[in-house]
Design a protein around this ligand. Structure first.
Ligand code: ADP
Ligand code: MG
Length: 674
């Protein structure tokens, strides 16, 4: 057989399906199948099943009620069924004229005159037209590209292309997986004796082989990034245990086991001559900042500079204050790079960083990217940054070797997601909260009881507590969000003339934002009306009550982050989720989860089930291909195997690894060159 010639028009359509090379056709696997391998006697049909029948059209007419419809009666020796078409061409009407012999496949349902099929797939046949030998594949397709055409192209690819097994036979045997080419053939044209169920839910051994291959390709490419990095040079920052020990001794608390463990993981990495890229994961309030401070000191005691980058000024300032408190007694003065600094002061700070007189600089990502150049940067700490791309290099100007990189996130990543999409990074998890925290009590309250909630806030504030009132997101519109925050602020100020109420939102200028936060922190303000700008990192231990207005509009991670702003002190904290009915099914599911769980990892796992990895990955997705066949919720066993095999293959079978990536990722050029 010869490869079919493909016209440029068809090529363009295939491109829309992600098929760029002939070999990609092999991996364009069916969405589902139709069984055209046998005929059902019409008398045996039951509503709800999909079946193929054959018979003679004994009646054909166009009915006009309720609307123009072609109605045909098909009879075989056992019985009759009606075929109905709401949209049809004159040619179809001709094909379905009385006396014609027809084979029809479709879903059986109960109609006006007995059983019927709506828009069945029909074709004219003879008495001896053969039946299909295998199940008929249904592919995902695009306008202008018929199933028939796709089937022809795929069948041709199967017959004319080599389908070498990219897995070395040693591994294949060990893993007890089927041969690639057998699996491909089977999945495109399964025999009718194969259980439809295992094909449908993709649990069939052939599907498992394909899913394994896909996961393996993903692991191989992520591990390759990891290895690439090991070829770069970074300063070796050994743990001299000078400054780090001194800080630990001065702390008013003892580090948790999890903090000690994660710091020692980081500490070992810093001593390596290759750049670290480690993600430090810990639920809100788990104490990531002190771990970051220790990492910073290890770099500093080696004479290297450290940059701490935060997404917002509020966060950056909090870090600055914390670090100054911890490090000044060790004679280290951090430099604060704020957007609200006067030009002169900014230049001065930049000068100190460029000359190397300052060893620790704290600021927002944007500021560092602007005009700052380092003398000898050894470590960059990136806080609450969910946008790190795969193999993303920090755009920090630095004279020396590549810096080590520590990323911190309070959005817990489910284990499988981390294993799958973050396999290029090393991950440390703080899986324990400092002792003495009391869990936040969460209440779901319908909007009808808003007045009650308002009285409750008042009572709490009068009793000396502090509270947040978080205003909702409105259709992603910042202007509307701002307006609601303003109105809520005015309403609450009027309702509580004897309370000091503050307002913070994204549109305030930085100095004003800082002033409000400082006033809240020092208990000058008792009630803080806020937009979701306080979502990450804000730390005011005396605040023990939070109301989240229109909680039904917020995502799980966001709700968890917001709630994490209370429960930071000794007092019992309460989070009230005000919601408006009617709730969508999704919103109801989210509120139930947040009500039932305080554990960020458990919540993230639910989020993964509700929304799938694409949404959770956010911006990271740009560099990472989403999985087409495997599902990290159900294929964890395959993911585990793929992870192990990836390293084995890179070490022992590098050519096979290359061939495997070529097969699965030949299209993903941007993926290889981010
Ligand atoms: P996050 O991980 O959310 O960034 P932080 O680093 O802001 O958490 O820490 C939350 C609070 O807990 C801070 O006030 C911090 O000083 C305090 N903290 C951190 N570690 C401990 C510990 N081991 N014992 C007691 N308190 C701690
Ligand atoms: Mg933090």
């Amino acid at each position: 057989m010869q490869p079919i010639k493909i016209s440029p028009a068809t090529l363009a359509k295939l491109g829309k399906l992600g098929i760029q090379h002939r070999a990609d056709l092999l991996l364009h696997l069916p969405l589902r199948y139709e069984d055209e391998t046998h005929l059902e006697p019409i008398a045996t049909l039951q509503p709800g099943i999909t079946a193929q029948v054959q018979g003679i059209i004994t009646h054909s007419e166009i009915a006009f009620r309720p609307r123009r419809t072609l109605v045909c009666r098909l009879e075989d020796s056992s019985g009759e069924i009606y075929l109905r078409f709401l949209n049809f061409y004159p040619s179809q009407q001709k094909q379905l004229a009385e006396g014609k012999q027809i084979r029809a496949i479709g879903e059986v349902r109960t109609g006006y005159n007995g059983l019927e099929m709506i828009h069945p797939k029909c074709r004219a046949v003879d008495e001896d037209t053969p039946l299909q030998q295998s199940l008929t594949p249904i592919y995902s397709t695009t306008a202008g590209l018929s199933q028939t055409m796709l089937r022809k192209l795929v069948a041709n690819a199967i017959e004319t292309l080599p389908q070498v097994d990219t897995l070395p036979s040693a591994l294949l045997n060990k893993l007890a997986l089927g041969e690639f080419s057998d699996c491909i053939r089977l999945l495109h044209n399964p025999s009718p004796d194969i259980s439809a169920m295992t094909l449908e839910d993709r649990s069939h051994a052939a599907w498992r082989r394909i899913k394994f291959d896909e996961l393996l390709a993903q692991q191989l490419s992520m591990r390759m990034y990891h290895r690439e990095r090991d070829k770069c040079v970074a300063p070796q920052l050994a743990d001299h245990r000078q400054l780090t020990m001194r800080l630990m001794k001065k702390l008013p608390f003892a580090l948790t086991q999890a903090q000690l463990r994660t710091f020692s993981e980081i500490s070992l990495d810093l001593a390596q001559p290759h750049p670290m890229q480690r993600l430090l994961l810990g639920d809100v309030g788990s104490g990531k900042t002190i771990v970051a401070a220790l990492a910073a000191l290890q770099a500093i005691e080696n004479g290297y500079q450290v940059a701490l980058l935060s997404p917002t000024e509020i966060l950056a300032e909090q870090h600055f204050i914390k670090l100054r408190e911890w490090l000044e007694p060790l004679d280290i003065t951090p430099v604060w790079l704020s957007g609200s600094l006067k030009k002169k002061d900014k230049l001065l700070a930049a000068e100190k960083i460029a000359s190397g007189t300052t060893l620790l600089a704290v600021g927002t990502h944007a500021l560092f990217q602007e005009q700052i150049s380092f003398h000898k940067l050894g470590l960059a700490i990136v806080d609450e940054q969910h946008k790190f791309g795969v193999q993303q290099r920090l755009a920090l100007r630095n004279k020396g070797a590549e810096p080590h990189q520590l990323m911190m996130s309070a959005t817990p990543i489910p284990r499988t997601l981390a294993m799958s999409y973050y396999a290029d990074l090393d991950v440390s998890v703080i899986d324990e909260l400092p002792p003495g925290r009391t869990a936040v009590i969460t209440k779901l309250v319908s909007d009808e009881r808003r007045e009650e909630v308002i009285s409750r806030v008042r009572a709490a504030c009068m009793a000396g507590q502090q509270a947040y009132w978080v205003c909702p997101l409105i259709d992603e519109s910042e202007a509307l969000q701002l307006q609601t925050a303003l109105e809520t602020f005015q309403m609450l100020s009027k309702t509580f003339p004897d309370l000091r109420v503050g307002l913070v939102h994204g549109k305030l200028d930085n100095a004003e934002k800082m002033r409000v936060m400082a006033a809240f922190k020092s208990n000058e303000l008792q009630l803080l009306v806020a937009t979701t700008v306080i979502e990450v990192g804000v730390d005011v231990p005396n605040a023990s009550l939070m109301v989240i207005d229109h909680a039904e509009r917020m995502g799980l991670a966001q709700l968890h982050q917001l709630r994490g702003r209370v429960g930071r002190g000794a007092a019992q904290s309460l989070c009230i989720l005000l919601y408006q009915q009617p709730l969508s099914e999704m919103a109801r599911a989210r509120l139930k989860i947040i009500f039932e769980s305080n554990d960020g990892f458990a919540i993230a796992q639910h989020d993964l089930r509700l929304r799938g990895p694409g949404e959770l990955l956010g911006a990271r997705q740009s560099g990472v291909p989403l999985l087409r066949f495997a599902d990290i919720n159900t294929d964890e066993d395959l993911l585990n195997q793929a992870r192990q095999v990836a390293d084995e293959m890179l070490n022992d079978f590098p050519d096979a690894a290359r061939a495997h990536l070529q097969r699965w990722m030949a299209n993903k050029h941007d993926y290889f060159h981010v």
